[in-house]
Design a binder for this molecule. Sequence first.
Ligand code: IMP
Ligand code: MG
Length: 176
Amino acid sequence: MKILYSASDIAQKVQELGQEISSAYRGQDLFIVGILKGGFVFMSDLIRHIDLPIKIGFARLSSYGNADCPQSEVKVLDDLEDVIEGKHVLIVDDIMDTGNSLIAFKKRLEKRNPASVKICTMIDKTFRRCSLITPDYFGFRLSDGFIVGYGLDYAENYRALPDIYVLDSMDREGSR
Ligand code: IMP
Ligand code: MG
């Protein structure tokens, strides 16, 4: 596996993102929704760089990727339990790929009358995007490739690696 973003590249980027988000929401409270499982590593670093009053919650979505961009609703395995009415909500996840799961989840949250809902992902992977959606905030943008580490998995492996790696097909065979 080849390192794409090192732990120090990531730390630098997360700090910048925290500053950007802090300025954007200055004077307001923020409710951060972490998407399990992949988003939790990024979320835990990011919240410590946001200089605002913050509350957090979690939701768990199914993430069956499909190259054909199905229009089906996202499967919510564990929904956000907290009340978000009137709050500024920021969804935090590891990666936006097709965008299907985060669009669907965002629409679902919007029905609960929050003041706003925005999306922040560590990675914005654009090649398979199915709609015009982009993350409101992102760390790194790449076109294509399958990556692991820093929360991102392949078949539940590699989530705990501190760096982000590109996984080639040989690595996928090897992890079985
Ligand atoms: P979506 O296609 O934007 O709905 O992304 C669904 C999910 O696919 C993400 O939350 C990740 O769990 C997973 N995913 C997409 N691309 C990658 C990748 O390169 N590495 C690891 N997981 C990925
Ligand atoms: Mg995920």
